[in-house]
Design a protein around this ligand. Structure first.
Ligand code: GLA
Length: 341
C-alpha cells in the first residue's frame, strides 16, 4: 500500500473576470503556491482528515459523508461527488496543508478540491475537464458558492509557462505563452478576505441571469448591446462584453510582445470591475493604488472580487512593494506515490 501526495496549485487570472458563468472568455494560469493533500491508506471504510494549518480534524464513513461546514465541506463534498460519479475512493487518513491563504483570492478552494480528488482517487487517470466539473459541483452543492469553472480548469489544466485562453462556451482551452522578459507579475493581498458563498458573488450571478431573461437570450455571450436594460443590469452586461473583448486584446498583445498594452488592459479591466460590476472594496482600491504608485504598468483585482488579491504588471526597473509576491505560470494539479510509512 502506498501513500499518495497530491498538490493542487492556486491560480491567477490574468484577465477575463466574471465571464466564465456567462459563457465568455478568460486567460488564467496555475501558480506555484497551492495546497498539498497526503493520503495514507487505512483499514475500514472511513476517511480521517486533518487540516494541519488549522489544527482541526474530521472523520466520517465513506458511505455516508453527511454535510458539514468550512473546510470539512470540501472533504466530504469531494468524497460524495467522486463516489456519485462512480469513482473508487480509498479509505484514507488525509493531511491537508498549504501556502495559499484561504480568502486571498488565489483560489485556495479549487486548489484544495483538485488536490483532494487526486489524493482520493484509486485511479487518477480521469479526464481533467470532467474532474474540473466534479470539483465545481463540490463548490456549488456542498460549499454553497455558485462559482463557475474558471478556477478548476486553471488548476487542473494549467501549463508551465503558459496562460490558458478558455472559451467557456465550449470549454476549448488554448495555451498562450506568457513571455514577460524582464517584466514581472506580482500579487498583493488586499487584506480583505473574500468568501464566495457570502458576499456579492451570487448576487452578481443572479443579475446576469436576470439580464439574460430581459434580453431574451440564453447567455450573455449572445448579448450585443446593453440597450433596454435597466440599471444596474446594463452596467453588469457592459462589463462582461468589454471583458471578453479585453481577453482577446490581451492574447493579441502578448503575441505581439506589447506588455505596455497588457498593462493598459489590466487597468481597464479593474476600472470596469470597480465601476460597472461594482465588485471592489476600499482595501482592494488601496492595494491597486499602492501598486500603481510603485510604478505598475497595470493593476487589477483577481477572482471574484469583494476582497482578495490584486495582480500587477511591473516594467523593468520598477520595484514592487516589499509585501508583494512574484507569480509565474506553473504546472497543473499533480500527484505522486511514495512508499507508505
Ligand atoms: C471566482 C469564481 C470563478 C469566477 C471568478 C470571477 O474566482 O470561482 O468561477 O467566476 O470568481 O471571474
Amino acid at each position: 500500500m502506498s501513500r499518495v501526495v497530491a498538490r493542487g496549485p492556486g491560480r491567477v487570472n490574468l484577465i477575463g473576470e466574471h465571464t466564465d458563468y456567462n459563457d465568455g472568455l478568460a486567460l488564467p494560469f496555475a501558480i506555484e503556491r497551492g495546497v498539498t493533500v497526503t493520503a495514507e491508506p487505512i483499514a475500514g471504510g472511513r476517511i480521517e482528515a486533518r487540516a494541519l494549518d488549522l489544527g482541526e480534524d474530521d472523520a466520517f464513513d465513506l458511505d455516508d459523508p453527511t454535510p458539514a461546514q468550512g473546510w470539512r465541506a470540501f472533504v466530504r463534498g469531494t468524497v460524495a461527488e467522486l463516489r456519485a460519479a462512480g469513482h473508487a475512493v480509498r479509505p484514507s487518513a488525509l493531511t491537508i496543508e498549504g501556502d495559499l491563504p484561504h480568502g486571498s483570492g488565489l483560489s485556495s478552494s479549487a486548489a484544495l478540491e483538485a488536490a483532494l480528488c487526486l489524493a482520493l482517487l484509486e485511479d487518477p487517470d480521469v479526464d481533467r475537464i470532467e474532474l474540473a466539473r466534479l470539483c465545481s459541483r463540490v463548490e456549488n452543492h456542498h460549499v454553497g458558492a455558485r462559482t463557475g469553472l474558471l478556477d478548476q480548469l486553471a488548476v487542473l489544466c494549467g501549463r508551465d509557462g503558459m496562460a490558458l485562453r478558455i472559451d467557456f462556451r465550449d470549454l476549448a482551452i488554448e495555451p498562450v505563452p506568457l513571455e514577460l522578459g524582464d517584466w514581472r507579475l506580482v500579487t498583493l493581498d488586499s487584506g480583505a478576505s473574500h468568501e464566495h458563498a457570502a458576499g456579492g458573488y451570487n448576487e452578481r450571478r443572479a443579475e446576469c441571469a436576470a439580464a439574460c431573461e430581459a434580453l431574451g437570450i440564453a447567455s450573455l455571450r449572445d448579448a450585443t448591446s446593453t440597450e433596454g436594460l435597466p440599471p444596474p443590469l446594463d452596467r453588469r452586461v457592459r462589463h462582461v462584453l468589454g471583458e471578453n473583448a479585453r481577453v482577446e486584446a490581451t492574447a493579441a498583445a502578448l503575441a505581439a510582445g506589447d506588455l505596455e498594452e497588457v498593462g493598459r488592459l489590466l487597468d481597464a479591466s479593474h476600472a470596469s470591475l470597480r465601476d460597472d460590476y461594482e465588485a471592489s472594496v476600499p482595501e482592494v482600491e488601496r492595494a491597486v493604488a499602492a501598486l500603481k504608485d510603485a510604478g505598475a504598468a497595470g493593476a487589477r483585482m483577481v477572482g471574484g472580487g469583494f476582497g482578495g488579491s490584486v495582480l500587477a504588471l511591473f516594467p523593468p526597473g520598477a520595484e514592487p512593494p516589499s509585501d508583494a509576491t512574484a507569480v509565474a505560470p506553473g504546472p497543473p494539479a499533480r500527484r505522486r506515490r511514495v512508499a507508505a510509512r
